[in-house]
Each structure stands twice: as C-alpha cells, then as structure tokens.
Design a protein around this ligand. Structure first.
Ligand code: PEP
Ligand code: MN
Length: 338
C-alpha cells in the first residue's frame, strides 16, 4: 500500500501518521520524490482502513500495490534508486562498466587484467573465486585464495570489486568485497537472499536462466524486505529455443524492469552471447536501450582461460569497446532518445 502525501504536509501530522502505521505492525518507508512524498507500507496491510487514511488532511491519495513485489516496485519508490559502490554510482544516468575475467586464475593474471581494464576506464573489477560450473570436473575457482587476490587487485587499482557468492557458508570471506554477486543459478536461493538482506553491501542479482521479470523482482524483494536497499539487477541472457548463441539476450528487460521497478539494471553481454565477437554489438544495443551498466568478461589470454574463454574479450578489444560505448552513451544522452 502507498500513501501519497499532499505538498508541504505538516511534519507533526506526518510523524503521527507514521507512528500510527507502525502500531499496525507494518513497516513504513518514506520516499521523497521531485514532485511527491510517498509512504510505502510493507507488511500485512489488509486490516488497514484506506478510507480512514484518505480523510486525513495531509493525505492526497492511498492505493494498494497489486503486484506481489512491494519494495522493488516503482509505485513504492518513483525515483530511480542510485547505488553507491565505493564512490561509483550505479543508476544515476552514467554508464557503469564492470570488467574482468570470468575466474581469478593466478596473481599475475588478475593483476594484469585489473591494471589493463582500469586504464581502459572500467568502473569496477569482476572476477569469480567460487565458480558455478555445469561439470564437477571443470575448474571450480580459487575460492578463498581467489578472493584475496581480487581484493589485492582492487586495492592496487582503486577499483571496487565484484565477485560471486555461491553458498551461505562462504559469506565471511566477503567482508571486504564491494559488490556481492548472486549468480543466475542461485537467483532463487531464498535462504541466501534473506541473509544478504541483513548486510548493507550492494548485491548484483543475476536473472535466472528461465526466470520471469516478476520472479527476478520477487528475488530482489527478499533482499529488500530484509533491510538491504542496495540491489542491482542483471540480465545475462535467458534460455530459449535458439542455441546458436549461448543464451538469448532479452533487451526488453531494460525498459520493462525500469517501468516496473526503481532498481538499476545492468547487462551481461558475455554470458548472453557466449562468443566474444557478439559482445560488442550486444553491448551497443544495451546502451541504446538505456542500461545503467555492463558487466563484461575480459581475459589477458582468452584462448587459455580456465573458464569462459570463448566469450572473453582480449584487453585490447575491451579498450576499443569502452571508448565506443562511452561515445555512444554520450550521444544518446545528448539526443535524449533514451
Ligand atoms: C559469471 O558471472 O561468471 C557467472 C557464472 O554468471 P551467471 O550466473 O550469469 O551464469
Ligand atoms: Mn563466466
């Protein structure tokens, strides 16, 4: 349920209303927009008398939110949410580019890639330490050693770091990580999502292989409902009947999620395409469609990568792509065709 307040609502009456709502065992979230202040009510609101609230002097309107996602809903929070990742904004209209290898393989590998992507203008460094692999015989990641190396690379380059957690038992290792990634396969690991709701770190939540927008937003809701407002949603391609590409990049996700939710949306063209030569066109499409950012796999020697080499860009290819994407982003902003 949302309560839309009149302009310049009396502060004392507003505080009294908020206190009363809290006595109904409902949590209140106040959102200050450019034109409106909204109180979002989260919890069981069935017993709250809408007509009684509507009659209050400071209230413009009261509406129930029909969708099952409440805190993630744009109606609940009309302004875009901007997430601050160690000084890097996500969702403020700038283009955030996260880059790095699929997995951390050695000190020299992660340091080489980190220095190079930093020079090319990346805003954050990615690298997997715990890898969800289809085969148990494939490289599973460097685990805690990988996290240490990633943190070292982040520290040296000044780039915030993004890495995936696969299980609750690993969370203690993520204390110094800037963004915790929840991978596509874990999008509906509800126990993990609840626990991530108890920290205040930004969470990069990837869309499941065949998850609907509503399912993705319900997973985000688990994190928000438990107290963590810092969720970045990520489209990484979904399963369709097409198997020429690894997955099918759902570009519609960008405008659709932006309509439904206030959370930032970023695109992972690498896992969508599965082929490095498609990363550039898919990235351009995402920028044109209004993405808040991209997460791109980059390797110093893709042919020898332990994971996802075929979809990884060389450092040189990433350098030209970044330049191109920044130009495109400026053009789109200037022409206001977004
Ligand atoms: C990854 O980012 O390397 C990864 C495994 O992603 P996804 O969960 O989207 O497959
Ligand atoms: Mn990968």
């Amino acid at each position: 349920m949302i309560i839309i307040l009149k302009d310049n609502a009396d502060k004392r009456q507003l505080d009294a209303l908020k206190r009363w709502v809290e006595t109904q065992n409902v949590h209140v979230h106040q959102s200050e927009g450019a034109h409106q202040t909204i109180l979002g009510l989260v919890g069981d609101t069935v017993r709250i008398d809408i007509d009684m609230i509507k009659q209050l002097e400071i209230v413009e309107d009261v509406r129930r939110i029909q969708e099952p996602f409440k805190s993630a809903n744009r109606k609940f929070h009309p302004m875009d949410t901007v997430i601050n990742v160690g000084g890097v904004p996500v969702g403020d209209g700038s283009l955030c580019i996260i880059a790095g290898p699929c997995s951390i393989e050695s000190e020299s590998q992660i340091m080489t890639v980190a220095r190079s992507v930093k020079k090319s203008g990346a805003s954050m460094l990615r690298g997997g330490a715990f890898k969800p692999r289809t085969s148990p015989y494939s490289f599973q990641g460097m685990r805690d050693e990988g996290i240490k190396l990633l943190l070292q690379a982040g520290k040296e380059t000044g780039l915030p770091v993004v890495t995936e957690v696969m299980d609750l038992s690993q969370l203690d290792l993520f204390t110094d990580v800037d963004v915790i990634q929840v991978g596509a396969r874990n999008m509906q690991n509800f126990e993990l999502l609840k626990e991530l709701g108890h920290c205040d770190k930004p969470i990069l939540l990837k869309r499941g292989l065949s998850a609907t927008y509503q399912e993705l937003l319900m997973s985000a809701e688990y994190i928000l409902a438990n107290g963590n407002d810092n969720v970045i949603l990520c489209e990484r391609g979904v399963r369709t009947f097409e198997n020429y590409t690894r997955n099918t990049l759902d570009i519609s996700m960008i405008p659709a999620i932006k309509e439904l939710s206030h959370l930032p949306v970023i695109i992972d063209p690498s896992h969508a395409a599965g082929m490095s030569r498609f990363v550039s066109p898919l990235s351009r499409a995402a920028v044109a469609a209004g993405t808040d950012g991209l997460i791109i796999e980059v390797h110093n020697d893709p042919a020898r990568a332990k994971c996802d080499g075929p979809q990884s860009l060389t450092m040189e290819a990433f350098d030209s792509l970044t330049k191109e994407l920044n130009k495109l982003h400026e053009l789109i902003k200037a022409s206001k065709i977004k």
